[in-house]
Write a protein that binds this ligand. Structure first.
Ligand code: SF4
Length: 644
């Protein structure tokens, strides 16, 4: 019977695997609805382990939005670790949801949220375990429609053969629209089968169905043209934008993990979008324009979310939280409200120039001073102009001095290596910056035990950013610069021992680069890697560079291109990019001009505080940027309930 729980078979396997609790479900605020009473059934997947996937806000929001619909059922599924995967294959247990332990293959839709491209092989494992044909063209009317979302869906071409559809942008309204189309099609008796359902979805203009677009290639390997092959399908697919965040106060009841997870706190998204214009930042570019949640809306979500979950920490989430136009009022209001309770506040992402010590003090009023994190991203003033991250070293030193003087002992600094135009010297200046931070901290606090940790990631050029044309730096160069940086830090005996250094080597970044800017031909590489045993590529203990490189050489050879062609090659202005038919709202000529400005080391202001510079987003959304202080404050609510 469809939708029947596989728990009896699964339960026997769980004592033999690691962390079995991650597969049992039943978390606080989880929902389990009747299979038979639902018309449209969604399985929602985060393609990574439970501990990473459960706190994911995107999945949590869609899960709640869908389950609020009386005739819709949504359940969650996560990537299965290789130990259980092997046992499931041996015992014929299919990919299941953690809520009802129902076979994923029985649902109408499988929505997969990709925060990173390194989850692609986990999608293939889930499809295969679910008994869903890997290739969309082999699926029939009874197989789920596989819909990709998340930031990676802004170029879903590398996974186009495995998915039926992709949604660009915000999901809240999109899932309801897809549900409505599916509901109508089912109620009508599924006219025209799967093809008609996909056509109806594509016709909405906001759902990309790859099979309705033909891609042709020129002799030099570049894309010649992408063209719809059905009349009913638009030439370009537009991203979805939820304009009024206050109308979507989700998650209302955050899920509380059973097993240990990466974030054990509730999160409230205080705004979406970012117009700072950091040229490396895909999230900032594709989520424009800025949309703020109101101070009252934030206060109400924090209150009801804490009440429903019992969490003791609230994260005020966004791409750059200190940029909310009323951040001072929000943090003060919340700190006042929860003073004397166990509830702590955190701002997971903070900019040096938007940060002040009053804000830090409000955040730590309940006694938590875990450490401050800033992201200068580039070591030298020159490279920070190239990436448009205008943080001056003086600002940083002033801010950290104030923080150390106020009792903070630990500062973390994030950087990237392998940025366009970068030289060894740009990276070596990271060491100088870290040493200056320690010196300033010692002076401000009068103590020697000041620490600074620098964390460095490899830069990956992403679609829909000004760096989408850039040549990615090869892993050997990245690794050699990081080695020199470590030597420069260690060479200073007095200060070096107070500086911690964390970094990833350059190899996973190159694979991420292949998957980020790849086209449909890269699908063959993903499939080969998965067949060769590739799983959990975001985990260093599972990632194999050799596996990706050998699959890349083999699978791309018939097309006359290779991994380097997709990664370390700079693109021309006139090249058709694989995602050009997917509209993020940004004008391609504006992106190109911004890329040229980057090469000329020219900065671009934030349009929140300066006149519009015509990136294209607002007119294409028919909107204006929505920010501005309202002058309102939070009304103190006397804490009620044991959770506070
Ligand atoms: S269109 Fe203008 S105001 Fe809107 S995000 Fe772009 S630059 Fe800013």
């Amino acid at each position: 019977m469809r939708g029947e729980s596989v728990f009896p078979q699964l339960e026997q396997l769980l004592p033999r695997v690691s962390k079995p609790v991650q597969y049992v479900g039943g978390e606080l605020n989880a929902t389990l609805k009747s299979w038979d009473e639902a018309t449209v059934r969604w399985a929602l997947m985060y393609p990574d382990a439970y501990e990473v996937g459960l706190p994911n806000q995107g999945v949590m929001i869609l899960y709640e939005v869908l389950n609020e619909q009386p005739d819709v059922l949504a359940e969650r599924t996560y990537a299965i670790w290789p130990d259980l995967e092997a046992l499931m294959r041996e015992n014929g247990v299919p990919q299941f949801t953690v809520d009802g332990h129902r076979p994923v293959g029985d649902f109408d839709l499988l929505g997969v949220s990709f925060a990173t491209e390194l989850g692609y092989t986990n999608l293939l494992s889930a499809l295969d375990l679910a008994g869903i044909p890997l290739h969309a063209e082999d699926r029939g009317d009874d197989h789920p429609v596989v819909v990709a979302g998340g930031h990676a869906a802004f170029n879903p071409e590398p996974i186009s053969r495995f998915i039926d559809a992709a949604v660009l942008g915000d999901g809240e309204e999109a899932v309801l629209e897809i549900t409505e189309v599916t509901r109508t099609w089912k109620n009508e008796g599924k006219p025209g089968g799967r093809d008609e359902l996909l056509l109806r979805l594509a016709e909405t203009g906001g759902v990309y169905v790859p099979k309705f677009y033909d891609v042709t290639y020129a002799d030099d390997g570049r894309i010649a043209e992408v063209r719809p092959n059905r009349d009913r399908v638009p030439p370009r697919v537009v991203k979805r934008t939820t304009m009024d965040l206050d109308a979507w106060p989700y998650p209302k009841k955050p899920l509380v993990p059973l097993a240990e997870s990466v974030h054990e706190r509730m999160s409230v998204e205080i705004f979406r979008g970012c117009t700072r214009g950091c040229r490396f930042c895909q999230a900032g570019m594709i989520t424009r324009p800025v949309r703020e949640r109101s101070i009252e809306g934030i206060g109400a979500m924090v209150h009801s979310g804490l009440d429903a979950s019992g969490f003791e920490e609230v994260g005020l989430l966004s791409l750059s939280s200190a940029d909310h136009s009323e951040i001072a009022e929000i943090t003060k209001g919340l700190a006042d409200r929860y003073e004397g309770t166990n509830t702590g506040l955190s701002l997971p992402s903070t900019r040096v120039d938007a940060f002040n010590i009053d804000l830090a003090n409000e955040l730590s009023r309940n006694g938590r001073r875990s450490g401050l994190t800033f992201a200068p991203e580039g070591g030298s003033e020159r490279i920070r102009k190239v990436i448009n991250k205008m943080v001056s070293e003086e600002d940083l030193i002033r801010t950290v001095s104030a923080a150390y003087a106020a009792g903070w002992r630990q500062v973390k600094l994030y950087f990237m290596c392998g940025l366009p135009t970068e030289t060894d010297d740009d990276v070596l200046q990271i060491a100088e910056m870290a040493k200056n931070v320690i010196r300033a901290g010692r002076e401000a606090s009068g103590r020697k035990d000041i620490r600074c940790t620098i964390s460095i990631g490899g830069f990956v050029p992403k679609p829909h950013t000004p760096f989408q044309w850039a040549a990615q730096c090869d892993p050997e160069t990245v690794d050699s610069r990081l080695r020199k940086l470590r030597q420069a830090i260690n060479a200073d005996r007095g200060l070096g021992r107070n500086i911690g250094m964390r970094y990833h080597d350059g190899q996973p970044s190159l694979v991420e680069g292949l998957l980020s800017r790849g086209d449909r031909r890269v699908g063959a590489v993903i499939e080969q890697v998965w067949r060769d045993g590739g799983r959990f590529d975001g985990w260093s203990e599972h990632f194999s560079y050799e596996r990706w490189m050998s699959a890349g050489a083999e699978a791309l050879a018939p097309f006359g291109v290779d991994v380097a062609w997709f990664t370390t090659r700079e693109r021309d202005e006139d090249e058709v990019l694989p995602w050009d038919h997917l509209d993020s709202g940004l004008a391609k000529d504006w992106l190109w001009d911004d890329w040229q400005d980057a090469l000329d080391e020219q900065e671009q202001d934030d349009c929140r505080w300066t006149p519009c510079f015509d990136c294209g987003v607002c007119p294409s959304m028919g909107t204006d940027i929505e920010v501005g202080p309202t002058g309102r404050t939070l009304i103190p609510i006397t804490p009620v309930g044991s959770s506070l």
